[in-house]
Design a protein around this ligand. Structure first.
Ligand SMILES: *[C@@H]1O[C@H](CO)[C@@H](O)[C@H](O)[C@H]1NC(C)=O
Ligand SMILES: *[C@@H]1O[C@H](CO)[C@@H](O)[C@H](O)[C@H]1NC(C)=O
Ligand SMILES: *[C@@H]1O[C@H](CO)[C@@H](O)[C@H](O)[C@H]1NC(C)=O
Ligand SMILES: *[C@@H]1O[C@H](CO)[C@@H](O)[C@H](O)[C@H]1NC(C)=O
Length: 192
């Protein structure tokens, strides 16, 4: 039987490596994703939060501007918002270090620069920029429903310490905050 102490230590070290939730603001400053470049580790969650008027996020084909990935990928569906930050967000769980490009499939938003990357780099983003600028169409996936992620209640956007302990997120966020509180609990025990 492992001691209570070693179990707590194991939970604490797991807690340290626990998933982060990275927020990307969609359309807050016009046809933009902010940040445009996201670095995410396996297990992290990228949460897209939506501003007016009616944006989407689609996992794109790196070699074809404004075109969805043929297989798998993700799509938030369209997220119409009247004013301010929409109540509904879209979360994608990142499973590895593979690069993703994503774009908004509304009107010509993609052609107008509304795209970004997860685990990409500046060279790949520049290459995508010329593909997007020249794309004749801005395609949505065939499905009108979201896939490849979860539609959730949007988390708090601004927190001074960039922490991820929101109560309102999806299952992944809840798991992350449980991990965090385990670590905090273990630290409290060790310090007492
Ligand atoms: C949002 O945009 C989509 C795609 O253009 C459209 O089908 C949908 O009707 C729009 N929703 C609203 C509420 O404007
Ligand atoms: C940038 O990303 C592209 C596409 O994933 C990749 O092929 C290339 O090796 C990367 N370049 C650097 C310098 O990491
Ligand atoms: C990561 O894996 C989960 C579980 O298999 C899957 O639902 C999700 O779509 C994957 N995320 C991406 C970005 O492929
Ligand atoms: C929070 O994130 C912002 C932008 O990524 C960064 O500039 C700031 O230093 C971070 N704050 C803390 C306390 O880590």
């Amino acid at each position: 039987m492992p001691s209570v102490r070693s179990v707590i230590l194991a939970a604490a070290s797991a807690g340290v490596a626990m998933a982060e939730t990275i927020i990307v603001k969609v359309g807050q400053e016009g046809t933009t994703f902010d940040p445009q470049m996201v670095t995410a580790a396996a297990g992290d969650i990228v949460e897209f939060q939506f501003w007016p008027q009616n944006h989407s996020v689609v996992a794109g084909d790196m070699d074809k501007g404004c075109t969805p990935l043929a297989d798998d990928g993700f799509f938030s569906g369209f997220m119409p918002v009247d004013e301010g930050k929409g109540e509904t967000a879209f979360q994608v769980e990142i499973n590895g270090t593979a690069p993703w490009v994503f774009y908004c499939s509304q009107a010509k938003h993609c052609q107008n620069g509304m795209y970004g990357m997860i685990n990409g780099n500046d060279t790949a983003l520049e290459a995508y920029m010329s593909l997007a600028t020249d794309a004749s169409a801005n395609e949505s996936p065939d499905s009108t429903d979201a896939f490849g992620g979860s539609v959730v209640t949007a988390s708090e956007t601004d927190s001074s310490d960039n922490s991820t302990d929101t109560e309102e997120g999806g299952a992944g966020v809840v798991a992350a905050s449980m991990g965090m509180s385990f670590a905090a609990f273990a630290a409290a025990v060790l310090l007492s």
